[in-house]
Write a protein that binds this ligand. Structure first.
Ligand SMILES: [Zn+2]
Length: 333
């Protein structure tokens, strides 16, 4: 078996330790296609930011696991070609839902996996997570686990309501499972509709929805229980209103889409939160750019002419996140 290390990939252990110490967070960007991967690698290489490439179940179904794995291997070479001498790239399974799936990714040279057993009863979550950790650690693959339930829809993972992580459970959970990082629920949510209008207030000046703040008291209590332990935030897209406006202007229909304000993510990134997942924002950027081309040049039928601008807009978004929100730029020379 080839090790992910032979492919030039890294696991998350050192990345996270440095991020916690340095008060920044590593971007975890999902990818499903070539343009998205190009944009992620260009942005990371240019800003010298460590990066986590995430493959979800939906991505595996859409693009094929084998192809995605070789694309990630190609990404390392591409990064070097772009002048990034020591790329810090992790290939991570997002929301693994079974031992078999996690095992297949470990066997297929992923450097990190998530086992999301958060919908199971507590003891079953522990048992399944522990089983994955025991297997993955044999190959020095790091494991992310989850405690608490996020609301929203992500590929096939969905829940109507969120349940905050219970700080009194985290020490027992981390100790008994041996997981390397913990995804928690403090009010983030999957998708582009993170909150209903009823959960929000409205900015009187702009008429925009203002979402409820994240539960930083829960985060603080968790960090107090597990000092220095890597914490992960899922569902952390900001749903930039400029993209929503662009989509709506060029014939789309996304009323009242709302995400997590960036100043809250900036605050989280300075804490033990060392991995922040961003997926919906790049979907919005892609769609906004494509819609603009379609609206302005209806005669265009070369996919490169609309996927190209989509790639550029995603790259801009990724750089913005790295530099202005997560603070991970310049951390992987
Ligand atoms: Zn997630």
């Amino acid at each position: 078996m080839v090790s992910y290390k032979d492919l030039g990939l890294v696991n998350t252990r050192e990345m996270f330790a440095k991020a916690i110490k340095g008060g920044y967070a590593i971007p975890a960007f999902n990818f499903n296609n070539m343009e998205q991967l190009q944009a992620i690698i260009k942005a990371s290489a240019e800003t010298k930011s460590p990066v986590i490439l995430q493959v979800s179940k939906g991505a595996r179904n859409y693009a094929n696991q084998t192809l995605l794995r070789y694309m990630a291997q190609g990404a390392v070479e591409y990064a070097k070609e772009l002048g990034w001498e020591h790329p810090q790239i992790c290939l991570h399974l997002d929301h693994g839902d079974s031992f078999e799936l996690c095992k297949s990714c470990v066997d297929f040279d992923f450097s990190s996996v998530m086992i999301d057993a958060s919908s199971l009863p507590y003891e079953e979550n522990i048992a399944l997570t522990k089983k994955v950790v025991e297997y993955a650690h044999k190959y020095d693959v790091t494991v992310e686990a989850e405690l608490g339930v996020l609301a929203g829809v992500e590929d096939e993972v969905s829940s109507a309501v969120s349940h905050y992580t219970k700080p009194e459970e985290v020490v027992d959970f981390a100790t008994r499972t041996g997981c390397d990082s913990l995804a928690i629920s403090i009010g983030t949510s999957h998708g582009a509709y993170k909150f209903t209008p009823e959960q929000c207030t409205r900015d009187p000046k702009t008429g925009r929805l203002v979402p409820p703040p994240l539960a930083f008291d829960v985060l603080d209590a968790i960090m107090e229980q597990l000092p220095g332990f890597p914490i992960v935030l899922h569902g952390s897209s900001s749903v930039p209103q400029e993209y929503v406006d662009m989509i709506n202007k060029y014939g789309g229909k996304l009323p009242d889409a709302v995400g997590i304000p960036e100043e809250q993510l900036r605050k989280a990134a300075k804490s033990a939160v060392c991995k922040i997942n961003i997926d919906s924002d790049s979907r919005l950027a892609f769609t906004a750019a494509v819609r603009k081309v379609f609206a302005e040049k209806p005669g265009e039928f070369d996919p490169r002419k609309y996927c190209g601008p989509a790639r550029d807009l995603m790259e801009e978004l990724y750089k913005h996140k790295i530099i202005n929100v997560l603070g991970s730029n310049g951390k992987a020379e």
